[in-house]
Design a protein around this ligand. Structure first.
Ligand code: LAN
Length: 650
């Protein structure tokens, strides 16, 4: 039988080509992929609260979009979850209720009535997770005496103490920094008839009778992921005591200290700030310091960076974007397909973005502001944001090295070298890599986590994802730049060791930033292989056996956010293209791309592609702090193409 040219092509080719066309068509002018980075449902209320405290309201078009979004993501029971897929919590239900009221929705609105019916019997604001109470206090809808204390004086304690705020994970530190300033000042919006009405509604008329000391301890079971420990309660007792005695001089000094730190963060990030929460809270702080001042103006100018309009309305993104991250993956996916000539323009544009967004300098006075040196790192989003991250640097470096032999890399060698130095400077003593900084405090600090709703927020610790990405990048660098460097060799070996130690009994790795075991295992396996693990390595065999054991009968893999919350495999209703892609990338990396399991996965993935070249929407694949889902818009356009390409290479 004669074989036609078409049949000689690997079967996935047309699927891949259509997928690549979608990727090319959705690239934006800067060369990156910009999209929906929503999911968390506590961001809009914090934003609307911030504006309200400042006597502002969103522009009418945005206002409509925000209302639409909140209505679209209200649960059937009337509440709102921590994220758009989560069951209702008091924290997010009360806050989103208040947000809708501040946006002009009337108290008799059917949706709002339903919301009250959900949260009032559960205790309303009094049993909200901790952050809800803090935000309500800003509006004067909750008393400061009913909060767990956040004294700014903590910043004045000796830095050598294991619980000095500078040792906290930067996201936690940067959120509690303006919170401590606002707490220290007992900052509160001016009273208005609207606020008085809302107070009446959310407390069902009982505000005057509230026992605020008792309220401090209350939290609804719906809002508890991380129960308050004995140690946290003890620390709170000490701080309540302190708060009653706090002297004005020390308070003033600590407020000044906090304000200086806030200014440094604002300036280092061009007023974007590390994330959406400190963005809004820092702006509110400046409003209290100087309402018409240049800082408030600068903040207002960078607010739009956080908003994205989708078919379901306007959301506040969880970051100013995920552009660098997605662009680095997109480059690696396109390169894996081998279609680099046809898609040269796409790669050229992406290369331009990657070059333009490497961080070139340290922040001013890094020690004084508790910053790790930044030079050479890549951020998750953009250079303006400026906080480099271990694995974003690794992916930026990997993408640059993939572009190099194609003649498309635009990052000078000296800057690639800087990226390597940055990665080396970020390796922890345990051999792993954390996210933004070295591990600065003991893991036990997590026992003081006061957030109720999040886990693992206190200390930046080594993660398999970050470690694997850094090991892969260093290994790629070693290949590209074969001048022997013992530090690189040693870092790779120590990283691989960490990865081995992090492997679970069942052969998997748990993911912390993606859902969940397919994500973690993709990193675990690729890290070990980059470090030189051979196909017969037991760690790899155990990992692929784990994945095969969770493959569905239709050939797909499927995990949901509950996997992360429960730390055990929880399957979705259908196969998921992103999980399937991660599993296939892992099997292929371990040399099993021709296996029956891989080929069944490939078939499922191919058949799942729509006529328009996209894969249909599916549940959220991103996660943070073990509990909150966050949507990575580009993953469905990047990973299936990448996985099919890799499995085609026999
Ligand atoms: C992110 C986004 C990127 C993500 C990766 C780079 C993918 C990961 O490998 C390391 C961790 C990191 C940097 C990460 C940490 C937590 C973030 C910053 C987020 C998920 C985006 C939003 C989230 C942040 C904490 C949201 C604000 C909420 C708080 C609890 C402070």
């Amino acid at each position: 039988m004669s074989v036609t040219a078409g049949e000689r092509l690997p079967k996935s080719v047309s699927v891949i080509q259509r997928g690549l066309d979608v990727l090319a068509a959705t690239q934006d002018a800067e060369g990156s992929w910009y999209g929906d980075y929503g999911g968390p449902q506590f961001l809009i209320p914090i934003y609307v609260t911030g504006l309200h405290v400042m006597g502002r309201t969103p522009e009418p078009a945005q206002r409509e979009g925000l209302i639409a979004y909140l209505r679209n993501h209200q649960n059937a029971d009337g509440g709102w979850g921590l994220d758009v897929e989560a069951p209702s919590q008091v924290f997010t239900s009360v806050l989103n209720y208040v947000a809708l009221r501040l946006l002009g929705v009337g108290e008799d609105d059917a949706g709002l009535r339903k919301a009250r019916q959900w949260f009032l019997p559960r205790g309303g604001p009094l049993s909200s997770g901790a952050w809800g109470k803090i935000i309500l206090a800003l509006l004067g809808l909750y008393e400061y005496g009913g909060l767990q204390p956040i004294p700014p004086e903590l910043w004045l304690l000796p830095e050598s103490l294991p619980f000095h705020p500078s040792r906290l994970w930067c996201h936690c530190r940067m959120v509690y920094l303006p919170m401590s300033w606002l707490y220290g000042r007992k900052a509160r919006a001016p009273e208005t008839p609207l606020l008085a009405a809302i107070r009446h509604e959310i407390f069902d008329g009982t505000y005057a009778q509230v026992d605020w000391a008792a309220a401090r301890e209350r939290v609804s079971p719906t809002d508890v992921f991380t129960p308050r420990t004995f140690w946290l309660k003890a620390a709170n007792q000490v701080m309540y005591g302190y708060e009653r005695l706090a002297g004005a001089r020390l308070r003033a000094r600590s407020l000044d200290f906090a304000l200086e730190q806030i200014r440094a963060e604002d300036e280092a990030t061009h007023y974007i700030c590390i994330g959406p929460i400190n963005k809004v809270l820092n702006m509110v702080v400046w409003h209290f310091v100087n309402p018409e001042g240049p800082e408030v103006r600068a903040h207002l100018e960078r607010l739009p960076d956080y908003f994205y309009e989708g078919a379901d309305g306007v959301r506040m993104n969880g970051y100013n974007s995920s552009e660098l991250w997605d662009t680095s993956f997109a480059v690696q996916a396109v390169a894996a397909t081998g279609e680099t000539e046809r898609h040269r323009p796409m790669l050229e544009e992406a290369a331009r973005f990657i070059e333009a967004n490497q961080v070139l300098e340290d922040t001013p006075e890094p020690q004084r502001f508790f910053r790790h040196p930044s030079k050479g790192g890549w951020p998750f989003s953009t250079r303006d944001h400026g906080w480099p991250i271990s694995d974003c640097t690794a992916e930026g470096l990997k993408a640059s090295l993939v572009l190099e032999p194609l003649g498309l890399n635009r990052v000078p060698q000296a800057r690639l070298q800087d990226a390597v130095q940055f990665i080396l400077s970020m390796q922890n003593e345990d051999g792993g890599w954390a996210t933004y900084e070295l591990q600065r405090g003991p893991k036990l600090l997590e026992l003081l986590n006061p957030s109720d709703v999040f886990s693992t927020i206190m200390v930046d610790v080594s993660y398999v994802e970050c470690t694997s990405a850094c090991v892969q990048a260093l290994a790629a660098w070693r290949k590209h730049h074969p001048v022997p460097d013992a530090r690189v060799d040693q870092a790779i070996a120590r990283g691989a060791d960490f990865i081995r130690r992090a492997q679970r009994e069942d052969g998997s790795w748990i993911g912390s930033w993606g859902v969940c075991f397919t994500y973690g295992t993709w990193f675990g396996v690729n890290g070990l292989i980059a470090a030189g693990a051979l196909p017969e390595d037991m760690a790899l065999r155990r990992a692929t056996a784990f994945l095969r054991s969770y493959q569905r009968s239709d050939g797909a893999w499927s995990e949901v956010v509950e996997s992360c919350r429960q730390a055990r495999w929880v399957e979705g209703k259908q196969g998921h293209a992103v999980n399937t892609s991660w599993a296939l990338l892992t099997l292929a990396a371990a040399g099993e791309q021709s296996s029956d399991a891989a080929q069944r996965g490939v078939r499922w993935l191919r058949e799942r592609q729509q006529a328009d070249g996209r894969w249909p929407p599916e549940p959220i694949a991103g996660i943070f702090n073990r509990t909150c889902a966050i949507h990575y818009d580009a993953y469905l356009r990047i990973f299936p193409v990448w996985a099919l390409a890799v499995c085609d290479k026999r």
